[in-house]
Design a protein around this ligand. Structure first.
Ligand code: FAD
Length: 364
């Protein structure tokens, strides 16, 4: 940060997929953008199962070298040990290559990247950025909070907290080729699920669950590995991370500061998927900010409205299904199987739940 300018058209906090998408689009249009990232370097290991739906291509090209494996089907392993296979076309990415592709594009378009720089305070069009050696102030006409589940930018907009789930993930070597992505439901995996997402010779193996007093994710993780007959020692790159599960936040913009991706709770509350949604919100933010910059306008109400239009309905439905899960979660595998059939995205009954219908009985 030694020779950094102090004034930018836009400052993006966080170099995840949402922030990179926003920064890249703004830089491509000729705006003066800085990406401020607290990590010392980007890349591996990624804290992510790396699945994206194929439809993402409507928002951005998916570079061939970033695709680890193409997926057509999802195997849902139910609590009663039945397996249901449904269509779920997508890609398991090498996410670090995917992000790097767009980061390099943004840098080539003139964006500035400041690593090892943590934003500690956001106020209107000013940011306080802490590095190893000093704290300095940066000014920007627009600030994009793309700083993930524990967003510092969010504090400027709202005091509301978001609900988070916890997760653990490692990489295993596969003995045989796996064509499908797999998810595993069990009474122990409270309001969550385990996953095995294949990447050719290896796979991302993970578990995401909601917090329960007195129950540690490490214990659930051990049982999950035991059930899949996987030796803990064979796991590489063990990571974990927080996943927003309370849905799109009500307030995601104030004055000239807005939130994208996990910072705004745009992650899907049932699946925990947030890469595609994050990119869509980043691209939307960049489009509205560039319009404002070109026309000398300021407000970000259009961003809030657009994001509501894009995600409002699907998040409301997901949250109703989540509430239904919370009320009906069951230690009986047969009963829990019925709950999952009502609330998991692979089943048609997922979208049949209507507003106010959450108290209905477990369906057959
Ligand atoms: C284990 C796991 C598996 C997942 N699997 C999938 C999946 O298969 N498919 C999917 O779509 N989604 C998945 N997700 C969710 C997905 O990873 C997130 O939704 C996505 O990363 C959100 O992108 P983002 O850019 O909004 O935030 P992030 O990726 O969290 O990026 C935020 C960035 O901001 C930086 N930062 C934070 N605070 C500051 C600060 N104060 N100053 C400067 N920098 C800061 C962080 O270091 C980080 O680089 C998974 C999540 C987890 C934890």
């Amino acid at each position: 940060m030694a020779n950094l300018k102090n004034k930018f058209d836009a400052a993006v906090i966080g170099a995840g997929p949402s922030g990179i998408a926003a920064a890249n689009d703004l830089a491509r249009k000729g705006f003066n953008v800085i990406i401020i990232e607290k990590r010392p370097r980007l890349g591996l290991p990624v804290r992510c199962a790396e699945f994206v739906p194929k439809q993402l291509y409507t928002y951005c090209k998916i570079p061939k070298n970033s695709i680890a494996q193409e997926i057509e089907n999802l195997e849902t392993h139910m609590p009663d040990d039945s397996i249901v296979i449904t269509k779920s076309p997508g890609y398991i990415l090498n996410r670090h290559l995917f992000e790097n592709h767009y980061l390099q594009e943004a840098l080539a378009n003139g964006a500035t990247l400041a690593l090892e720089s943590e934003v500690i305070y956001v106020n209107h069009n000013q940011l306080l950025v802490k590095t190893k050696t000093r704290t300095r102030s940066i000014e920007a006409s627009y600030i994009i909070g793309a700083d993930g589940p524990l967003s510092a930018a969010r504090k400027y907009i709202t005091s509301n907290k978001i609900q988070l789930a916890q997760s653990l993930q490692g990489v295993i070597t596969l003995k045989t080729h796996q064509a499908n992505s797999k998810v595993f439901f069990h009474p122990d995996y409270y309001m969550g699920y385990g996953w095995l997402f294949p990447k050719g010779a290896t796979a991302n193996l993970g578990l995401g669950v909601s917090y329960r007093p007195g129950i540690s994710i490490n214990d659930i993780w051990s049982k999950f590995l035991e059930r899949l007959k996987i030796d803990n020692a064979s796991l590489k790159s063990l990571t974990g991370g927080l996943i927003p599960v309370s849905g799109l936040m009500k307030n995601i913009a104030k004055n000239n500061v807005l939130l994208v991706g996990d910072a705004a709770g745009i992650t899907h509350p049932i699946t925990g998927a947030g890469i595609a949604n994050g990119i869509i919100s980043g691209v939307t933010a960049a489009a509205i900010i560039s319009k404002n910059l070109q026309r000398g306008r300021r407000g970000l109400e259009e961003y809030e409205q657009e994001i509501q239009t894009l995600f409002g309905k699907s998040h409301a439905l997901a949250l109703m299904n989540r509430k239904y899960q919370e009320e009906h979660w069951n230690s009986n595998p047969e009963l829990l199987t019925r709950v999952i059939k009502n609330t998991w995205i692979a089943f048609s009954s997922y979208s049949h739940r209507k507003r106010g219908e959450v108290k209905c009985k477990v369906a057959d």
